[in-house]
Design a binder for this molecule. Structure first.
Ligand SMILES: C[S@@+](CC[C@H](N)C(=O)[O-])C[C@H]1O[C@@H](n2cnc3c(N)ncnc32)[C@H](O)[C@@H]1O
Length: 226
């Protein structure tokens, strides 16, 4: 089974330092919720958020949406050999049941994530929720999964052909692959320190969802699923 973590994901509620900004107040009023219950999205909030620390790694829930649709819709997930998790920039961990059907529509996905971060699970009254969110960092998650190897996907890693990567992952009893779910910039040094191997699949930086798709495909081919 392949464990996949979308790490340092650019998905968080609007930080308190922005709550009084006129643009944020207007947005919150329009959405009919308090700003702390809404996701930060740079396509709506850029002029209020542009001075935030690490701005290039924040406010892009669309990256998580596309990467999750890619992973959850894969043949690997359909045969029960994929487990996907999200670790966010603000250190929340999101646990995803493989049979969840996420909204295809972005605005509905945002509403779902807002409910998840507010209540901690979706559906809110379920004993076996489709999604769970709790505070925690990447080392907590890796400790829980207890993989045999942690592989960090990065354009700065050792160059490897996809077919080789598939075989390598298949040769490991319990591999965990980390892919950054942010727009630009590097992983934190704590994240890099948690990895056993750093692998690049192409000379240039690729979008997170493209890397998700390639890693899963490599594993599926090595395993003979597709
Ligand atoms: C858009 S990139 C992150 C930003 C990127 N470091 C930059 O500054 O352009 C999203 C993620 O995809 C993965 N990734 C991107 N390009 C890659 C490559 N050539 N090989 C392996 N992984 C890659 C990394 O995990 C990275 O964090």
């Amino acid at each position: 089974m392949l464990h996949l973590v979308l790490a340092e994901a650019a998905l968080e509620t609007i930080p308190m330092s922005l709550w009084k900004h006129p643009l944020i107040r207007k947005y919150a009023k329009k959405r009919g919720k308090g700003p702390g219950a809404l996701l930060l999205d740079l396509s709506f909030h850029y002029s209020a958020a542009k001075k935030l620390k690490d701005i290039e790694k924040r406010g892009r829930p669309d990256i998580v949406h596309l990467a999750l649709l890619e992973a959850l819709g894969s043949p690997l997930n359909k045969v029960g050999l994929l487990k996907v998790y999200v670790h966010t920039y603000a250190n929340y961990l999101i646990y995803i049941r493989p049979d969840v059907r996420l909204p295809r529509n972005y605005l509905r996905f945002v509403g779902l994530m807002e409910q998840l971060l507010e209540v901690g699970k979706v559906p809110p009254d379920s004993d076996n929720p489709l999604l769970i969110a709790k505070k925690g960092d990447l080392s907590d998650l890796i400790g829980e999964i207890a993989p045999t190897k942690v592989i960090l996907m990065t354009e700065e890693g050792e160059k490897m052909k996809l077919m080789e990567l598939g075989k390598l992952l298949l040769s490991m009893p319990k591999p965990l692959v980390i892919i950054g779910a942010f727009q630009r910039g590097d992983f934190k040094k704590e994240t890099k320190a948690l990895s056993d191997l750093k692998i690049s699949i192409f000379d240039e930086s690729l979008d997170a969802w493209t890397v998700v798709s390639r890693v899963i495909t490599a594993y599926e081919i090595a395993k003979g699923i597709v």
